[in-house]
Write a protein that binds this ligand. Structure first.
Ligand code: NAD
Length: 376
């Protein structure tokens, strides 16, 4: 098959869907790989490295016009027009963006949104949400440490003792766990909150303290179990109790890393303006959910602004929406391996394209085919 790798065009996107490592494997499997010139540069991959891996260099139109097109982000309107009807598109295509999916259906492509893969053991090696959230959690702490005007670790020096930073992590999924691990390595004291009580053990195993909130009704207990590993919106009664506990910790925190998300819904508000006012001057909030709050405004903190760093009530609030793109080389390496593993399902060794809808991963990821959206 002819596999095309266009350069990403979305503002701020630095990643690339195929690396020399995965290009070499695809070529080894008998495919031709055509990479748009310069596609890897912002992820520190040169054109020469792709050529050495057996890929050819091409322009955007040829990369988009291939039989199988591999991307990081959904195609723009212009890019969608260059896709060939009947071709296959694989990427993080945002399965909750109805208008974007409609555009893919209209282009006549068979589109696979990798974010829609089930969170099962078999799908782990192609789990783009995990591979990229892991990076986002790490980078969020790195950015917080950079913005913070004090040390993270406790230091005893001849000039006196410096206290360890207090870090509060809200939302303990993949990003939150990596944020805890990273902050711990830097020597911070960590507390964390999640709606799912099952994460308590994980927080503690990383050296953090879980913020306990009781589950008082059957409705609260049921909602906390979530669905498919994901959180569900919690009843207002539980959220009110959580807010009291979180507010106490946030008032004492130096750093808040918020990562709380509910798939397909607005991010919950966890750090209110009053909580921000209660924080010490110079404290830092990194809101990974920025831009995903109610109506697309704010994130877990209503004061955060998408892709901006602002200072409100003396607190620095970082609202970067694409943290993984700030670690472009490793984010691309991991993403490209996820893509390669997914391709094994639709491009078996012994021939061309084979779309087996009995395969739960293939069926879950397919969002458009033959001019139609795939009903979910
Ligand atoms: P996510 O990005 O959808 O959400 C981040 C976290 O926010 C979640 O832990 C969620 O419970 C939490 N959250 C939502 N509302 C909240 C609130 N009001 N207050 C506090 N926290 C709140 O989650 P994710 O990182 O994609 O992980 C989702 C689940 O998938 C997790 O259970 C994770 O362990 C699981 N997972 C499974 C596999 C696998 O088995 N293959 C792989 C990766 C992740």
């Amino acid at each position: 098959m002819l596999i095309g790798v266009p350069a990403e065009t979305m503002a701020g996107e630095t990643r690339v869907a195929v690396t020399p490592e995965t290009a070499k494997k695809l070529v080894g499997q008998g495919h031709s790989v055509a990479v748009q010139k310069g596609a890897g540069l912002s992820a520190s991959v040169t054109d020469a490295a792709y050529e050495a891996a057996g890929a050819t260099l091409t322009d955007a139109a040829d990369a988009l016009g291939a039989e199988v097109v591999l991307k990081v982000r959904p195609p723009s309107d212009a890019e969608a027009m260059s896709l060939q009807p009947g071709s296959v598109l694989v990427g993080m295509l945002n399965p909750f963006d109805a208008a974007g999916l409609q555009r893919l259906a209209a282009a006549g492509v068979t589109a696979f949104a990798l974010e829609a893969a089930p969170r099962t053991t078999r799908a782990q090696s192609m789990d783009v949400l995990s591979s990229q959230a892991n990076i986002a959690g790490y980078k969020a702490v790195m950015i917080a440490a950079d913005q913070y005007q004090r040390f993270f670790p406790m230091l005893m020096t001849a000039a006196g003792t410096v206290k360890a930073a207090r870090v509060v992590v809200l939302g303990v999924g993949v990003a939150g766990l990596q944020a805890i691990a990273t902050a711990k390595r830097l020597g911070a004291v960590i507390e964390a909150s999640d709606v799912r009580p099952s994460v308590k053990e994980q927080v503690e195993s990383l050296g953090g303290k879980f913020i306990e909130v009781s589950y008082d009704t059957d409705e609260e207990k049921e909602a906390a179990v979530g669905v498919g590993g994901y959180a569900r919106p919690m009843p207002a009664s539980w959220l009110a109790r959580q807010q009291i506990e979180v507010a106490k910790r946030v008032a004492q925190a130096d750093i808040v890393i918020s990562t709380a998300l509910i798939p397909g819904r607005a991010a919950p508000t966890l750090v209110t303006e009053d909580m921000v006012k209660s924080m010490k001057p110079g404290s830092v909030i990194v809101d990974i959910a920025a831009g995903r709050g109610p109506g697309g405004v704010g994130g877990n903190c209503p004061l955060s602004e998408a892709d901006r760093t602002v200072v409100k009530h003396g607190v620095t609030i970082v609202g970067e929406t694409n943290l993984a793109a700030r670690v472009a080389a490793d984010a691309s390496s991991l993403y490209a391996r996820n893509v390669l593993d997914f391709l094994k399902l639709i491009l078996p060794k012994d021939g061309g394209l084979k779309i087996d809808l009995e395969d739960d991963i293939v069926a879950a990821c397919r969002v458009a085919h033959d001019g139609q959206l795939t009903p979910k």
